[in-house]
Design a protein around this ligand. Structure first.
Ligand code: ATR
Length: 274
């Protein structure tokens, strides 16, 4: 029987992960199958155990279970530990290895696919929820000159500053006061505003010449954050389609030891052909 993998979430019908991993397995000729698994909000642990008992080899974990997955993992990578969130599980007997490939996917998209350097750049990360937490360590490892986290609820940004205090100095701001009159080379939207079709309210003039605006969300239309960024003079715009495919490729590599090619799939996703 072919090896079983799944993405687990609630809701889950919208997930592109089955299409992406099926394409990866065909491309690399792996004997495996990958499905979408819905779990009730109070049924995550049970669903995981059942999948594992039925010889499942690994899983992706999506909203709202990434911190549950962190808690049930018996071993954690540095990145998962720092983020306190897990998006990839690797089953090894009774052991559950928890990884977080979101940040690696983002960094690979920005550096390898978009050709943008983060080292020595001024980075503004908007949002302080789960999505932001998952990408902070990989961002810090690129050694930006500054990393400012701005959030509507500033206390949550302070919490992240404390969580990552052993790595580097993060500056905290609300969405207005402290970042106005400052310029950034990379502005990342890790809030959920694009999900609800709203633009994030940020001060004018934050985009430096040649800056990149990156929205972790993606959709059929340009996201409200990218529309705002374009109007405000960002040099380059990208939604999160590339990050989605790259984080999947990283999970696939952890499971199968083979790194699939991503370029064509990213193009298909960006052109709404997936
Ligand atoms: P996720 O796991 O997707 O990160 P989350 O943990 O609920 O989801 O975090 C959502 C993020 O989007 C938070 O940073 C939230 O700001 P608050 O901490 O102030 O709630 C941000 N967010 C959501 N709606 C927003 C809005 N209308 N304006 C600004 N920020 C918003």
């Amino acid at each position: 029987m072919s090896d079983a993998y799944a993405v687990i979430g609630n809701p889950i019908t919208h997930s592109k992960s089955p299409l992406i991993h099926t394409a990866f397995s065909k491309q690399t000729k792996q004997d495996m199958h990958y499905e979408a698994l819905f779990a009730p909000l109070n049924g995550f642990t049970e669903a995981i155990r059942l999948f594992q008992q039925n010889d499942g080899k690994g899983m992706n974990v999506t909203i709202p279970f990434k911190s549950h997955a962190y808690k049930i993992s018996t071993q954690l990578t540095e990145q998962a530990k720092a983020a306190q969130a897990v998006n990839t599980l690797v089953f090894n007997g009774n052991e559950i290895h928890g990884h977080n490939t979101d940040g690696t996917g983002l960094i690979r998209d920005i550096i390898t696919n978009l050709g943008f350097t983060i080292t020595s750049k001024r980075v503004l990360l908007c949002g302080a929820g789960g999505a932001a937490s998952g990408i902070i360590l990989p961002l810090l490892k690129q050694k930006p000159s500054t990393l400012v986290i701005s959030n509507r609820t500033i206390q949550k940004a302070y919490k992240l500053q404390t969580q990552f205090s052993s790595y580097n100095n993060i500056i905290v701001s609300d969405n207005n006061m402290d970042i106005s009159e400052k310029e950034f080379d990379l502005v990342i939207n890790a809030t959920s505003t694009s999900l609800i079709g709203k633009s994030l309210l940020l001060p004018q003039g934050i985009f430096a010449t040649g800056s990149l605006a990156y929205d972790l969300m993606y959709g059929n239309e340009q996201t409200p954050f990218l529309q705002f960024s374009q109007k405000e003079g960002a040099g380059y715009l990208s939604d999160g389609a590339g990050m989605l495919v790259e984080q999947a490729a990283e999970s696939f590599f952890l499971w199968r030891g083979i790194r699939p090619k991503t370029k064509e799939l990213i193009r298909m996703l960006k052109e709404n052909r997936l």
